[in-house]
Design a protein around this ligand. Structure first.
Ligand code: NAD
Length: 498
């Protein structure tokens, strides 16, 4: 059985805790590797090496640091397909979707190559008599990233690329369910010229995370995962004096106005609702047609599309989506479908009994579609994270703005309409962090920032874009006066600019 250890001090090392987790092949349900779960002292060792390596890395000039990332981009291009296949084999998403996962990560690495520009401070010559005032952006030191299973390439890159470009050392704690790609990313960084110890990967579970959250040498924690854990990580990191940004779960809605291009809306819903088996934080899980007629037209087109979704193993190039990450998660998603029926929603398409021929033990299910879901139901309130779409019928536009605004999650939302006035009003009023107009998955590009509101994001700065530089640096402001020409005596009042 393949064993996955940690990446510490510039090389792969074996785990010493005696504890290991199963890494499944979601297509077959078989255990394909064992991943070491780090104990407290292994994480402490990684932090110590990072702390030793960080000052020299911070002293490398910003352009040279960026060049390491440029070289990493090169190496990634050479290994793109191999990595995508590895990613699919542990996650279960299709090869094409795995390539998208890697690509969206690389785009943030590209952004980070330009970070020297954003590290420039401010300068005011002559802010007072013989006084110059300026600010510097300095790295924090050793920072940590804790990432989820659903984007095992993209989210680690979103975290470490800006952090490293800013001169920090980094400890990555990836998901224990698909750790192989993050391990390879670390190797490629070292191959690209990153000094040993600047980035370390510790595999593990709560024990590893808690060590990162409480160790005083960790200055900042970036987390992505479910909301309950995001909130715990945020509270614990903050209580231990750390900077923290923690992104959580979602229940993204797509509003379909009566004037929308219905074919475009259905295409968008199918892709955003069922792509990656719904295991995306920006998946659309609620469709909100406005008015009865809109709902009827939408469902007439949508039902046959959901019924004809092509499910297949992650190796099938024709598949729309593959298996879910684990058997336990598959059971959880199916139990939500059972619950929806009990709550009184109408199940129009039932994918619970889907069996994948030749892969009977894989974590497969078909697409499910509910109509007449109401805001009091748990299948509306809670994140299901599977190929299950709920239709909530809104009687008018006002109700359609209220639904996502009043939902406890606020990651993404979309409106499909040809009415510019309605779209503009929606953009201004909806209480959600990322908005799409005739665009179902509004993940901003790398030079903007990504982040949800309410229980989808804890902390005040977003991921990537300029916020990532603010998060991974601290500002030092300097007031400098040179002695020549200064004739003031002792001053006992606070200096002002009268
Ligand atoms: P998860 O919360 O189970 O795990 C995330 C990370 O936290 C993993 O590294 C895991 O090992 C660690 N962890 C799990 N339990 C822990 C505990 N009790 N104490 C400390 N650490 C713990 O999430 P997941 O299932 O891997 O990922 C899916 C979730 O991530 C979904 O809720 C999805 O919406 C969310 N997500 C959010 C975004 C975003 O940007 N908002 C992006 C991707 C995924």
């Amino acid at each position: 059985m393949r064993e996955i250890g940690h990446f510490i001090g510039g090389k792969q090392v074996k785990g010493t805790s005696g504890r290991a987790g199963d890494v499944f092949n979601p297509n077959t349900g078989e255990v394909q590797a064992k991943v070491a779960l780090a104990k407290h002292s292994e994480v402490e060792h990684a932090i110590a090496l990072a702390e030793t390596a960080q000052p020299a890395w911070a002293a490398v000039n910003p352009q040279r640091r960026a060049r390491v990332l440029m070289k990493f981009l090169d190496l990634m291009q050479k290994e793109f397909d191999t990595l995508a296949r590895l990613l699919s084999s542990e996650h279960g998403k299709t090869f094409a979707d795995s390539k998208g996962d890697i690509q969206r990560g690389l785009e943030v690495v590209e952004f980070a190559c330009g970070i020297p520009h954003l590290l420039k401070g401010e300068f005011t010559a002559g802010a007072g008599p013989n006084i110059d005032l300026f600010s510097l952006r300095q790295p924090l030191g050793v920072v940590a990233g804790i990432t989820p299973f659903n984007f095992p390439a993209m989210i680690p890159m979103w975290k470490f690329a800006p952090a490293l470009a800013c001169g920090n050392a980094f400890i990555l704690k990836p998901s224990e369910r698909d750790p192989s790609v993050p391990m390879r990313l670390a190797e490629l960084l070292v191959e690209a010229g990153l000094p040993a110890g600047v980035l370390n990967v510790v595999n593990g579970d709560k024990e590893a995370v808690d060590t990162l959250l409480t160790d005083p040498r960790i200055q900042a924690v970036g987390f992505v995962g479910s909301s309950a854990i995001a909130e715990y990580v945020y509270a614990t990191a903050a209580a231990n004096g750390k900077r923290a940004q923690c992104f959580g779960g979602a229940k993204n809605q797509m509003i379909i106005m009566p004037d929308a291009d219905m074919d475009q809306a259905v295409d968008a819903l199918i892709g955003a609702g069922y792509g990656s088996a719904g295991e995306r934080c920006m998946a659309v899980s609620v469709a909100v047609p406005v008015g009865r007629k809109t709902a009827d037209v939408l469902l007439e087109k949508l039902v046959p599309r959901v019924e004809s979704l092509k499910i297949g193993p992650s190796t099938d190039a024709q598949a729309d989506f593959g298996p879910l990450i684990t058997r336990a998660h598959l059971d959880k998603v199916k139990s939500y479908v059972d619950l929806g029926i009990k709550e009184g929603a109408k199940l129009l398409v039932d994918g619970r009994n889907f069996k994948m021929q030749g892969y009977e033990n894989g974590n497969f299910m078909g697409g499910c579609l509910f109509d007449h879901v109401t805001p009091d139901m748990r299948i509306y309130k809670e994140e299901i994270f599977g190929p299950v779409l709920a239709v909530v019928r809104a009687k008018d536009y006002e109700e359609a703005v209220r639904l996502p605004s009043e939902h406890e999650y606020g990651n993404g939302v979309a409106i499909f309409t040809r009415d510019g006035d309605a779209a503009r009003d929606f953009i201004n009023r909806v209480e959600v962090g990322m908005v799409g107009v005739n665009f179902a998955i509004p993940v901003p590009l790398s030079y903007y920032t990504f982040g949800g509101w309410k229980r989808s994001g804890f902390g005040d700065l977003n991921q990537h874009g300029p916020d990532s530089v603010r998060f991974y640096t601290r500002t030092k402001t300097v007031t400098a006066r040179w002695p020549s020409g200064v004739k003031e005596g002792a001053e006992f009042v606070i200096p002002t600019m009268k």
